[in-house]
Design a protein around this ligand. Structure first.
Ligand code: SF4
Ligand code: SF4
Length: 325
């Protein structure tokens, strides 16, 4: 199915479409037949996975991402405390060496609330749109959002507790996020207030880092506790409209994760670690339509699946550049 349509379907909360026998390219059918014939034993598979788990670069993308995310957020803090015009403001609205930047979802909320366009806001929104279009859309989530980092750490605690049956993982329908997205748009239009901004852990944490902690942090702690004990990564998976906004940008972005079916063992390590495992549905045996598939725009380009894949079947690519390089 077309990348744009499939990405939009998944962003709205629909399940990934499954290919029928007629949808698979002949080369994939041949490949899968060969793989069935030369199947690895369980021991061989464990050995391949163990090799990856001990590789020196097993956290390459995670480490790069954490370093970037921490640096971006610290730039706001340093600019504020040293009073330098480097990165002023907070994650929702800022200025980078004088250029106006506006978080796309916050800008949308402000425009809907006040129903008129302010030039600086338009400049900031267009600049940020182009920036995240070039960088991958939901790259914002995993490479810049301060809540993502806390939730990622909380997720490790959740998994440890869940393994011992001390925490649950209640799954909700992903379509709930689309309903929240529309709900906040309508609420902002009707009320004239940017109400989501008061609830968004992204904005709350960014402001708390720069201007000091406030009572709103209690809300962020409650969200994290919910994710640790009740539902894994619930805010990002089922609620946050920011993820939808940047996901829509990501549909057009050339930066994608690409899957190659050839060497994949279909063991599912990537799906187990992913924030949005539905985008990796293609890695399930029999789901690939072509030898290579671009992972859908709900992917945050976090690189965890690239790091964990024992067969290098997942990698980053920039669409168009592979032909040039
Ligand atoms: S979904 Fe929202 S809270 Fe989660 S990482 Fe993306 S912007 Fe941050
Ligand atoms: S598909 Fe890979 S890069 Fe994308 S969100 Fe999932 S783990 Fe991260």
């Amino acid at each position: 199915m077309n990348y744009v349509i499939e990405s939009l379907r998944q962003l709205m909360g629909l399940d990934p479409s499954k290919p029928g026998p007629e949808d698979r390219r002949p080369e994939v059918v041949t490949l899968m037949a060969e793989k069935r014939r030369d199947k690895l034993t369980r021991e061989m598979l464990h050995a391949v996975e163990a090799g990856r788990a001990q590789a020196a670069d097993r956290h390459k993308w995670r480490n790069r991402r954490w370093a970037t995310l921490i640096t971006v957020n610290l730039l706001f803090v340093v600019s504020y405390y040293l009073d330098v015009q480097l990165l002023e403001g907070a994650m929702t609205a800022s200025r980078f060496v004088g250029f106006h930047l506006a978080d796309l979802n916050s800008a949308l909320q402000v425009m809907l609330a006040y129903q008129h366009l302010v030039l600086n806001l338009v400049i900031g929104t267009v600049t940020v749109f182009i920036l995240w279009l070039l960088l991958g859309g939901r790259t914002f989530c995993s490479w810049a959002c301060p809540y993502h980092l806390l939730a990622e750490w909380a997720e490790k605690l959740h998994l440890w507790l869940a393994k011992r049956k001390w925490a649950r993982d209640i799954k909700f329908h992903r379509g709930g996020r689309t309903i929240f997205y529309l709900f906040f748009i309508i609420l902002t239009l009707v009320s004239g207030y940017t109400l989501f901004e008061t609830l968004s852990p992204t904005g709350i944490l960014s402001r708390a880092l720069i201007y000091g902690p406030g009572l709103a942090l209690i809300w962020v702690l409650a969200l994290l506790a919910f994710e640790v004990f009740v539902s894994r990564r619930a805010w990002c998976r089922y609620v946050c409209p920011i993820g939808v906004t940047y996901g829509l940008v990501g549909v057009l972005s050339p930066v994608r994760v690409q899957y190659r079916v050839q060497d994949c063992h279909h063991e599912g390590d990537c799906r187990a670690i992913c924030l949005v495992p539905h985008v990796l549905d293609v890695t399930i045996r029999g789901r690939a339509r072509a030898v290579t598939t671009d992972i859908g725009a709900d992917c945050t380009r976090c690189g965890l699946c690239v790091d964990i894949c024992p067969t290098n079947s997942l990698s980053f690519k920039v669409k168009g550049l592979d032909k040039v390089l």
